[in-house]
Ligand binder design. Sequence first.
Ligand SMILES: O=C([O-])CC(=O)C(=O)O
Ligand SMILES: [Mg+2]
Length: 229
Amino acid sequence: MNDTIMGRIGCRVKSNYEFDQPWRELTKGLEGFSTANLADGMKGFYCMDMGIRPMVPGAKMLGPALTVKLRPGDNLMLHKATELVKDGYIVVCDTQGCTSYALLGELMASALKKQNAGGIVIDGVIRDCEEVIEVGLPVYARGSVSCAGDKEGPGEINVPVCCGGVVVRPGDFIAADASGVVVIPREDVADVAAGAKKKTDYEEVRRQEIADGTIVKDNINRILSAKCV
Ligand SMILES: O=C([O-])CC(=O)C(=O)O
Ligand SMILES: [Mg+2]
């Protein structure tokens, strides 16, 4: 593999204090919001870049992250993560931006589905695209190539990773839909939920205003006129 490793990658599985804690209560406040509204609730922070796309059309997900740091082009530790993953957890893979080798395909997606994982986000590429769609596990990635990677390691599980340009810590919450993928820091859930609710309330009002014929809002007109437009 000729992709460059940034820094050292160990061969270790860290225990995550949060991993055994109940989490569904925590995500209740985030349920039902689009990633756009969650992003507004976070003032635009923690949004993965546009290269991370849904590989399964219509797939949505919301759940805590099990993080995996992989050697570029190698998915050994993703196999271990598939064994460890718990109900509803979303596997978040940092491949250091390697898009030359597919790190997940139909069989690994089936294994994650069998484990009742919430989904997977790979900052890299997959293969077996048609079959992965049939499996139905929510999968987000940068695209696909046909060539598989190695299974030699090293790799790390439950360490902070970088995925789609955002730091993801084990146990942070991941939400994804057709617009993209956002990361909700665990300690910010209540604030983000309140911010997202404020935005959806505003949108209801604004939808009605548009229906009633207010095409451009007063505050936008004020900004335009301040710029002499
Ligand atoms: O073999 C691999 O590494 C990926 C793959 O095709 C599968 O999971 O079906
Ligand atoms: Mg395959």
